[in-house]
Design a protein around this ligand. Structure first.
Ligand SMILES: Cc1cc2nc3c(=O)[nH]c(=O)nc-3n(C[C@H](O)[C@H](O)[C@H](O)COP(=O)(O)OP(=O)(O)OC[C@H]3O[C@@H](n4cnc5c(N)ncnc54)[C@H](O)[C@@H]3O)c2cc1C
Ligand code: FES
Length: 321
């Protein structure tokens, strides 16, 4: 058991509890998003002891030297005095310009930034509500002069943020968002390389951005294979657009997969990752993108590596999709 001093108050951690969970259990208002070390929303600073190495993974060298850490990954080994970073995360402002249904439980949200943006399609940003609730969403569109960003947001029945997007967020409202982060994006320089993209649910969002970036911005010449998986056909929410894309670009191939009942032969029966990895047993020299359900991503990453893909060429985004 260790003690966490935050402001004037001190809390004791329970078994292997993270700093974030200790603070939340004690009703402290601290920002967080993914709780998995990805979004960096929970950045904090230790004012005394050096934080555990594991909690500094992905932070810049100068942040590590100054004892910044991710509270969601930090299981303290010693007592710590912690503080929120001042002005470490800068937020931008955007206006909601479109909100439409892509399916019964996926919304297309478009926002327009007030400032020019630097991003790659497929990266993610953190969206923030006025009350401080923050969630990460992948960028599904390519760079544009209008400073617009598009997201595919799956509505979880009791999801704090996604339910709010569905029920309360309207066109014209303002939303804060972070700069784009993450390495799940198209990489220039290997125009002939074969690309394999596997996604479940809204794991399609970053993949759709990457595919359009490859085809229309970079004129990618290698074969691009997308496998999108869902339980039923309503989850294949971009079927029409992706089919149209295959007609325009002969090197782009789209396989919609259903893990539930299949009554139409245009769909492949089974799990998208299993079908894709069976179809391409040798992945030496390929670039592989895996987005969606964490178990699928983890399992497929291992399989893709065993089938010859270099770990440096496997890009992942794991989230409930
Ligand atoms: C890098 C990154 C990129 C992401 N990109 C996207 C994206 O492009 N599109 C997208 O939709 N999401 C994306 N996410 C997930 C997103 O950030 C949120 O976690 C998600 O929208 C849920 O937030 P919420 O506040 O609505 O739900 P919360 O209130 O946070 O609840 C989520 C929790 O509710 C539970 N839950 C409730 N209902 C269900 C249900 N029906 N099915 C499964 N679990 C349920 C789950 O256990 C889950 O842990 C991304 C996450 C990360 C880390
Ligand atoms: S909440 Fe800690 S990194 Fe996302």
């Amino acid at each position: 058991m260790t003690r966490i001093k935050f402001g004037e108050q001190t809390f004791e951690t329970e078994n292997n509890e993270t700093v974030l969970n200790t603070l939340l259990r004690n009703n402290m208002q601290v920002p967080y998003g993914c709780k998995a070390g990805v979004c960096q929303c929970c950045l904090m600073r230790s004012l005394d002891n050096v934080p555990p190495e594991k909690s500094q993974v992905g932070l810049k060298d100068n942040q590590q030297k100054q004892n910044y850490f991710l509270a969601c990954l930090c299981e303290p080994e010693n007592d710590m005095t912690v503080a929120l970073p001042n002005n470490e995360i800068s937020w931008l402002e955007a206006e909601v310009i479109e909100k439409t249904d892509l399916s019964t439980n996926v919304i297309l949200l478009k926002i327009k930034s007030k400032e020019p943006l630097a991003f790659f399609a497929g990266q993610f940003v953190n969206l923030r509500r006025d009350d401080g609730v923050i969630r990460s969403y992948s960028i599904a569109n390519i760079h544009n002069a209008e400073h617009e960003l598009e997201f595919h947001i799956r509505i979880l029945p009791n999801g704090k943020f996604s339910r709010w997007v569905a029920d309360e967020l309207t066109v014209g409202m303002l939303l804060s968002f972070s700069h784009a982060q993450g390495d799940c994006h198209y990489v220039e320089g290997k125009i002939e390389q074969s690309l394999l993209l596997i996604g479940t649910g809204t794991g399609l969002a970053p993949l759709y951005g990457i595919i359009r970036d490859a085809l229309s911005t970079h004129k990618h010449q290698g074969e691009i294979h997308l496998f999108h998986g869902s339980r039923d056909a309503s989850g294949l929410y971009l079927e029409e657009k992706l089919t149209t894309l295959t007609q325009k670009y002969p090197n782009f191939h789209y396989t919609p997969c259903l893990s539930g009942e299949v009554n139409d032969e245009k769909y492949t029966k089974g799990r998208a990752n299993e079908i894709a990895l069976q179809a391409f047993p040798k992945l030496d020299g390929w670039r592989v993108y895996l987005c969606g359900q964490p178990e699928m991503v983890l399992h497929s990453k291992r399989a893709a590596y065993l089938q010859g893909a270099s770990l440096k060429e496997i890009y992942v985004d794991a989230f409930t999709s």
